[in-house]
Design a protein around this ligand. Structure first.
Ligand SMILES: Nc1ncnc2c1ncn2[C@@H]1O[C@H](COP(=O)(O)OP(=O)(O)OP(=O)(O)O)[C@@H](O)[C@H]1O
Ligand SMILES: [Mg+2]
Length: 262
């Protein structure tokens, strides 16, 4: 086994099996709180958060998307900036607010969003030294647990306080991993995304990931697709932007797998 494979194997062993819980925010209530995280940038976290939450909602399952990335890209897929009345930052920091105050309805019937603005970048410095800083999201989500079946949390490409809050609040973790060489370098921990099945490298990396992580890898693989790349520019999830595209089909299948795993 190469050194890289060994280090990935070690990481894989430390990841709980398929449906084992990582946190305990709401697992007992039958609610799935899914953090989408990978400290690597541009691996498809936000694309997955947007389209997985849209797919779950389109199945009629009440779903909440929490945007915990100051870039706010997930937010902008569903809401216009002028529509935002309160963002996740205010709802997490302000003592007089609850997260419920920041819930926004979307055009998709069963999908609500708690939006992020660039102000969220201040979260870390604002909460620095607070004893509950890691638990803020988990604590404040409690009032929303009865309203949803799925809560999906998009995170920034760092392992800072925002991502830690998402991990602490979640019952499950989904790690998008791109089937490229650099995706494996330094990734300690899996949804294969932006996969190009035409290249030998893409196939090799996918096989390698499957070999090391086994059943922890979703069967669904998200292919590299121009439609998926374009859809955020049109502020739409893939299901309305290109309903018959491979990306729509794959994210729909992913939602089926997520439902089946828990
Ligand atoms: N399957 C895909 N095929 C082609 N392009 C994709 C695919 N998935 C995502 N992209 C594009 O790749 C870029 C990065 O994707 P995305 O924003 O989802 O990654 P991210 O992990 O959230 O990035 P960041 O770490 O900056 O938050 C975006 O331009 C997105 O449109
Ligand atoms: Mg992102």
């Amino acid at each position: 086994m190469t050194q890289k494979a060994a280090s990935i194997r070690r990481a894989a062993d430390s990841v709980p099996n398929d449906s084992q819980e990582i946190g305990s925010a709401g697992g007992d209530d039958g609610i799935l709180i899914l953090a989408i995280a990978n400290q690597k940038g541009g691996v498809g976290k936000t694309t997955t958060a947007i389209n997985l939450s849209a797919a779950l909602a389109q199945r009629g399952l009440p779903t909440l998307l929490v945007d915990l990335d100051p870039q706010g890209n997930a937010t902008l897929s569903f809401l216009d900036p002028e529509q935002l009345h309160l963002s996740v930052y205010d709802a997490l920091v302000d003592e007089d607010r609850t997260l419920k105050d920041a819930v926004h309805k979307t055009n998709i019937k069963s999908l609500d969003v708690i939006p992020a603005r660039i102000s969220l970048a201040k979260f870390e410095s604002k909460l620095l030294g607070d004893i509950d800083s890691h638990f803020r999201l988990k604590d404040r989500l409690k009032t929303l647990l009865q309203d949803y079946r799925y809560i999906v949390i998009d995170t920034p490409p760092t392992l800072g306080l925002l991502t830690v809050n998402a991990l602490v609040a979640s019952t499950h973790l989904l790690v998008p991993i791109q089937s490229s060489y650099f995706a494996l370098e330094g990734t300690d921990d899996l949804l294969v995304t932006i996969h190009d099945k035409r290249t030998i490298l893409g196939r090799d990396i996918k096989n390698h990931i499957k070999e090391v992580f086994g059943s922890k890898v979703f069967r669904t693989i998200i292919s590299r697709s121009v439609r998926l790349e374009e859809s955020p520019a049109y502020k739409e999830p893939i299901f309305s932007f290109a309903p018959h595209s491979s990306g729509a089909l794959q994210y729909y299948k992913l939602s089926e797998e997520v439902i089946g795993r828990v």
